[in-house]
Design a binder for this molecule. Structure first.
Ligand SMILES: Cc1cc2nc3c(=O)[nH]c(=O)nc-3n(C[C@H](O)[C@H](O)[C@H](O)COP(=O)(O)OP(=O)(O)OC[C@H]3O[C@@H](n4cnc5c(N)ncnc54)[C@H](O)[C@@H]3O)c2cc1C
Length: 337
């Protein structure tokens, strides 16, 4: 029986904890975390499936992890999880882009032809759009998803403790065999990993139950509109290396004016609340084993740096955590023969 400590109770930590416990039911799995839902980064996000702000994370990995998570969302949707919605999406861009690597993951992916593009440009008054993709995917609203994941972990016998880890190296004397680092932006300090940076995101939520589909303008100065079950998320910003978690008036104006230009009916709707979150950005997702400087006998697996796609990738990443763990345990038992 091994003792596992998971740092972080966001989607990445909970996903990893569940998949480890399901593969190794005898292992004692504890999550140590500074915050739990509703105070993690994922809680404020719309929970839309879609790779976004992932640096140069290899495409094959993005497809593999996101496909597994998409399959999981289909499972949750069929089970009737609250906040899990199948939803049509239009992704537009002011430049002409190659088809995305994940085109076969979503349902009914289609690049719009010139005629179709003209139709949408006139509906949304977006004259400068050069390309657009339409498809159907899921939103899996994190406030419901995170609660579901916590319940599933508790039912498996897992434990969650409120605790801030100051440094991974400080855990060298503790009674854990394996440490899984899912601390998101926290990895910047506790690894420490200077490659991790905040990518600030400000959004507004409005009540507009008459909006039934997602619109994403992928351009740098683009806006997005994503319906959730009770509210619609209007976005948004992605400011690199910005630690400011306060609402910024300029950003509020950019979000409201941009979204109202696309969907004029929003002019009649008040903002319910605004929110700022710091995405855990990195040049590439870090999902690999590592080691402690002062105790080589403990296995560490890092699973962080998911940028704007933590919800999109978490279930596939959690499976890879289990694969790395299984191989490491196999190696250890072989070396003891
Ligand atoms: C505005 C906005 C919109 C977004 N929309 C989407 C979307 O639609 N779809 C999508 O896929 N993604 C979206 N994202 C990105 C997504 O929210 C993140 O990628 C995701 O939350 C990362 O999950 P995580 O579990 O790795 O990290 P986090 O959710 O940040 O969780 C990290 C956990 O580690 C804990 N922790 C940190 N440091 C320590 C420490 N020192 N000791 C103990 N515990 C620690 C924290 O308390 C927390 O529990 C959005 C983000 C923002 C800001």
């Amino acid at each position: 029986m091994k003792k596992v400590l998971i740092i972080g109770a966001g989607v990445s930590g909970l996903g990893s904890a569940i998949r480890i416990k399901e593969k190794f039911p005898d292992f004692k799995v504890t999550i140590a975390t500074k915050d739990i839902t509703p105070n993690t980064t994922g809680d404020g996000s719309a929970g839309l499936w879609g790779p976004f702000i992932l640096g140069s994370t290899p495409d094959d990995k993005v497809v593999q992890w996101s496909r597994e998570t998409h399959d999981f969302f289909l499972y949750l949707w069929r089970e009737g999880l609250a906040g899990s919605c199948l939803i049509p999406c239009l992704r537009v861009d002011k430049t002409k882009n190659p088809l995305p690597s994940w085109k076969h993951v979503v349902f009914g992916f289609k690049e719009l032809n010139e005629v179709e593009l003209e139709v949408w440009k006139s509906i949304y008054s977006m004259d400068d759009i050069q390309s657009a993709f339409s498809f159907v995917t899921f939103t899996c609203e994190p406030k419901h998803l995170l609660k579901y994941l916590m319940d599933r972990f508790y039912k498996l016998g897992g434990k969650i403790v409120q605790r801030e880890i100051k440094s991974i190296d400080n855990l060298s004397d503790e009674d854990y065999d394996i440490i899984i680092n899912c601390s998101g932006l926290g990895a910047k300090y506790i690894v420490p990993d200077p490659k991790v940076i905040p990518v600030r995101g400000q959004v507004a939520r409005v009540k507009a139950p008459w909006i039934y589909h997602v619109l994403l303008d992928e351009s740098d100065d683009g806006n997005y509109i994503i319906p959730n079950t009770d509210t619609v998320v209007l976005g948004g910003t992605h400011q690199e290396n910005d630690f400011n978690t306060n609402i910024c008036k300029e950003d509020s104006k950019f979000i409201r004016q941009g979204c109202e230009h696309i969907v004029p009916g929003l002019k009649n709707i008040e903002t319910l609340f605004e929110w700022v979150g710091l995405r855990p950005g990195r040049d590439s997702v870090r999902l690999e084993s590592g080691s402690m400087r002062n105790n080589k006998s403990k296995l560490i697996i890092h699973n962080y740096g998911h940028g704007g796609s933590g919800v999109t990738l978490f279930w596939g990443c959690a499976r890879e955590v289990v694969d790395i763990l299984t191989s490491a345990l196999d190696e250890t038992s072989k070396s003891k023969l």
